[in-house]
Design a protein around this ligand. Sequence first.
Ligand code: 5AD
Ligand code: SF4
Length: 459
Amino acid sequence: MMNGFDMNNEYIEAVRRINAGKSRKLFVLTFGCQQNEADSEQVRGIGLLMGYSLTETPDDADIIIVNTCAIREHAEDKALSMLGNFKALKRKRPELVVGVIGCMAAERHVVEHIKTGFHYVTFTLEPNMLHLLPEVIYRKLALGKRSFIVGKDDGSLTEGIPAERSSGFKAWVSIMYGCNNFCSYCIVPYTRGRERSRPSESILSECRGLVAHGVKEITLLGQNVNSYKSDMDFATLIENIALLDGDFTVRFMTSHPKDVSDRLIEVMGKYSPKIAPYFHLPLQSGSDRILKLMHRTYNSEKFLTTVRKLREAVPGIALSTDVIVGFPTETDEDFEDTLRVLREVEFDLVYSFIYSKREGTPAARMDGQVDQARKDERMSRLLALSDAFADKKNKELIGTVQRVLVESRSKRGSESSYTARTLTNKLVHFTSDECLIGEFTEVLIEKAGAFELFGKLKK
Ligand code: 5AD
Ligand code: SF4
């Protein structure tokens, strides 16, 4: 059969037959990271194969799939409250199918809570199990059964699930799944399982196909892309992608500082700007004591050395990072160490998070949890510092010409305003008489704030 993947063809066909002649609609709601966005594109791809059309609202949907995030408590609360909202819809339309996928669907206690507390939820399906989607939907539609698939991930990998991509010129390409690092605060190794890398040939042929279809930006995705390992390592994989003919850039998300090899730095320098001169390098903390407790396996000195090498090899590279504030036992001194590293690096952007206790992780059981007021106070100091550097870095670009990929009409400004992204991943607003969405162009930067740039088209 066409478009099939692994063993689920019979269920795709069965659901398709059930849906035949009816107008059935699928709504996918996505929380969390780019990996979830990419997974949702696959859910839509499978949905189309099963005879659903896509809708942008839950109100006229026959099936609602909520793709959840478990990284912090706040993310879980948001998803659960959204699920609560669907109760009224289900009352109005008893045939409604509601499914939960994503990281929360891999947490046994959450699945138990959903099973007993949310009777209208039809199925949960943990990550790496999307190939079972047709089967759990079939079980509901044909047999009236609820399914809760958790703890079944055996580390295998399913190729060939079709993605219904939401953009014609930007594409996510997953290269590896899962994480082996077990940072002590992080739930991801428990929800997305052990690392597994896709064969390089299928990644390369996917990229070739995308470029042939005019895709201008490929983002390689994985929890820890630079520990990619198949018949080649990450540096060689991205080099091979950069060597493909075509006018496109390649980016990647997310990296672990311990895995940034000298060879990757060299490849980034050699192929910049085809490999975008941008690196998201999560620091988490600048205190060596806290880094050890976090199980990060590098210290601040090693991190700073990596930054120096990157800046030498890739002129104009932009750097962003993640920082956690208020990890258990974090003292004022530890926090000052973090600020010291931030001052030294001058990141273009810092994503900062207040430590959130995740059940089942080692840090949740540590003594010395930091009280909320102290976390809040440290967070506001960190934001003030990181915003000041973001502003400074962006203002340095005033007067320069930046190559940008135009993404959409701008939400700020007139009909002829557009939003684009520099190769260094910064937002730029500019005006143009011609619609340039999906095209590369050049913009002269005239004004800059901490989070956006303003410019005019270079004639
Ligand atoms: N609490 C707060 N932030 C966290 N992150 C991961 N786990 C937690 C947690 N328990 C942050 C890290 C990671 C980013 C994606 O989310 O900074 O890099
Ligand atoms: Fe979580 Fe650490 Fe893995 Fe990133 S590298 S997903 S922070 S365990």
